[in-house]
Design a binder for this molecule. Sequence first.
Ligand code: EPZ
Length: 430
Amino acid sequence: MEQYVIKGGNRLNGEIEIGGAKNAALAILAASIMTDETVTIENLPNVRDINVLLQAIEEIGAKVERVDAHKVKINGSFIRDVSVDNEFIRRIRASYYLIGALLGKYKKAEVALPGGCDIGSRPIDLHIKGFRAMGATVDIAHGLVIAEAERLSGTHIYMDKVSVGATINIMMAAAMAEGKTVIENAAKEPHVVDVANFLNSMGAKIRGAGTDVIRIKGVERFGDCQYSIIPDQIEAGTFMTAAVATKGDIMIKNVIPKHLEAISAKLIEIGAEVVEFDDAVRVSATKRLESTNIKTLPYPGFPTDMQPQMAVTLALSNGTSVISESIFENRFRYVDELTKMGATIQVDGRTAIISGVEGFTGADVHAPDLRAGAALVIAGLSAKGFTTVSDIGYIYRGYEQFEQKLKQLGGEIQLVNNEKEVAKFKLKIG
Ligand code: EPZ
């Protein structure tokens, strides 16, 4: 069973390059089949969820040419099937973007109900409400979402909750509906803007993405385009907290500093140093850090996908910190694992009270989900002694070359397949 074995204690120093944003790329790949022309997408992150989605769109007939690990050409004109259901696609959350894309283009979609990390119930009622508001009938049967419309008509939609996925999905379907659609209380994440920019580069007419009111004028067909995905703000944030938790000094390149503002502000508040450049941030910490309070919020608030990584950093800080998780109801499952390493955290519903400790000790832990898995690796890198992290398949879903980048920064981390290899690593590192 694949796992990471880590010898903690090294300060992470050096520089790394950040890849394309997974959560933008997933939506953009789905949207790419909405045209019958060929689109070229660059700066694609080479992670498991991306490869699963590419396989799914190939299976329904789209032509997919992998130019290289980070560049793909897609042509949706050969699609012969609007039903997407296989064991892989059921594992990822972003499968739901195929509903908006296929419904927008073919006025019909049959897609397996989405999977994704177990961080909460993950409903899609807001997506369905939006499609119905545009005139589609949407049913859930046999584990499939079945959506169909004689015609999709633009309409005025007020989102009951700020939802990244629902905002993007409705925007995609509305881009090929007849007439105008207004989405109010829209999500403003950088990846919402990236998807809007991609759709517009194919010929869509979308205004206001990045604000809470998005206006869309439907068009009949899209053209071709070349597009490059924005850098991944969460991968960047993960390495920012790795620098701080190990008291290292890392230059994180190929980022958009503005997208990292909420993370930078919190790290500076607890005593870390963050220097911004045009397309890089340098993060370092030399002394023990102070406590703070965090409330996860939709962008531009503190991102929920950085909550576990920040919790690890605060669990090593001086004093008591409080984290309120306002987006998902089950995103503290890593706390039991972190407790094995000596953290003192009390969870009460959506609130975690963290009493900082001097340091962690290595332990055998398992990743409960994608971001918590990355956070536990960071905890292992800062701990005294050896840590093993199992169930690292989650980490492969969203981080490209994670252990290689950490090794490049001086982290003692090895991917191993069995206990024998763990023992070998421990003997070698000593
Ligand atoms: C996206 O999930 C991301 N996933 C998540 O990243 C991220 O945590 C989340 O946005 C918030 O930023 C992808 O983009 C593939 P939401 P999504 O709709 O779209 C509720 C990662 O680690 N809700 O913004 O599912 C929902 O339960 C992953 O990369 C409804 O009630 O998130 C949650 O409480 C984890 N009904 C809140 O809204 C709906 O129809 C926000 O969810 C949809 C959502």
